[in-house]
Design a protein around this ligand. Structure first.
Ligand code: UDP
Length: 327
């Protein structure tokens, strides 16, 4: 059994990652400050409460567990909030990651898998993005993640810290067994908000902008099932453990769906109406973010197996109705 340090292991993606790491024979050690995560979501390995910016605590954890690698999920990740409070993003995401990397180097841990984002690309002319597309983020969230990518390249050159960077597109769905799922408070993401509107927990979903330069005027995103996403992380970990070079991979499906199309899918899957209003654009949103995953498919052998909108919404709906949601 190998210890893997999972920062943000109590959060949405991190908790799913712990499940697949444990299934693959690793021991996921969750390090999380519970600012947006949930202790109940830590089910597959030890839990150590702590903050990314707390160097002493990180040094203790590296010494106690001697992790073979770090999976670094812990981050603030709301585009809108990042525009209102950029300092939070530079402090928590950038300064926190710097502290983590310094602690890892000192402890002799030389492998890290990092959660980056399609928000590092910003508005692009290309229809489908690839890993070589220029990175011009238009919000502080994307800027904070791009800065950490730069930091990783410098730490690799100077200290030999090997990395795999995954730039995610929109993560959705839940563990099909509903042991863990998506739970944010406040919730800001499209699919859980939509399901709240479907079952009356909120009056309506607001569509943020109907005047984008897209076929139906609403934003287009590439949605990836969280189980596919975390399976890529296990492949990324294998990649580093096999001694391969640091690498960046996009994780998307290559197919985009508009907000209106996702609403139609949610109505079809749940068999209920999705009450919605049409509102203004949200600051920091790009009109369209869609990626191919040919590099991840060719080099990692990754295949998105669950990432159809109906499957993602069905799994999210099962989780939503499981009662865990009421923790
Ligand atoms: N969105 C929306 N209403 C909401 C939340 C999101 O119309 O209440 C839109 C948002 O503008 C974006 C898409 O849904 O185009 C996905 O947003 P989300 O916040 O889920 O993820 P993000 O793209 O910010 O990572």
């Amino acid at each position: 059994m190998t210890n893997i340090l999972v920062t943000g292991g109590a959060g949405y993606i991190g908790s799913h990652a712990c499940k697949v790491l444990a299934a693959a024979g690793h021991t996921p050690v969750t390090y999380d400050n519970l600012s947006t995560g949930w202790a109940d979501a830590v089910r597959f390995g030890p839990f150590e409460k702590g903050d990314l910016t707390d160097r002493n605590r990180l040094d203790q954890i590296f010494a106690a567990y001697q992790p073979a690698a770090v999976l670094h999920f812990a981050a603030l990740s709301q585009v809108g909030e990042s525009m209102r409070e950029p300092g939070l993003y530079w402090h928590n995401n950038v300064a926190g990651s710097l502290t983590l990397l310094q602690a890892a180097v000192q402890a002799g841990c030389d492998k890290i898998v990092f959660s980056s984002t399609c928000a590092t690309y910003g508005e692009q002319d290309k229809v489908v993005l690839d890993e070589e597309s220029p990175q011009n983020p238009i919000n502080a969230y994307g800027a904070s993640k791009r800065a950490i990518e730069d930091m990783l390249r410098d730490f690799e050159a100077a200290h030999g810290l090997q990395h795999v960077i995954f730039r995610y597109f929109n993560v959705a769905g839940a563990d099909p067994e509903a042991e863990v799922g998506e739970y944010h408070r406040p919730e800001t993401h499209l699919i859980p908000l939509m399901l709240d509107a479907v079952d009356g927990k909120r009056d309506a979903l607001t569509i943020f902008g109907t005047d984008y330069d897209t076929p139906d005027g609403t934003c287009i995103r590439d949605y990836v099932h969280v189980m596919d996403l975390v399976e890529a992380h296990v492949l990324g970990l294998d990649w580093l453990q096999e001694g391969k070079d640091s690498r960046v991979f996009n994780l998307g499906t290559g197919t985009g769906f508009s907000v209106r199309e996702v609403i139609e899918q949610a109505a079809a899957v749940t068999g209920r109406d999705v009450p919605y209003l049409e509102g203004p654009r949200r600051d920091g949103d790009c009109s369209k973010l869609v990626s191919g995953s040919s590099r991840a498919e060719a080099e990692l052998g990754w295949r998105p197996r669950h990432s159809t909108p109906d499957r993602m919404i069905a799994d999210a709906w099962r989780w939503h109705q499981s009662g865990h949601y009421e923790k």
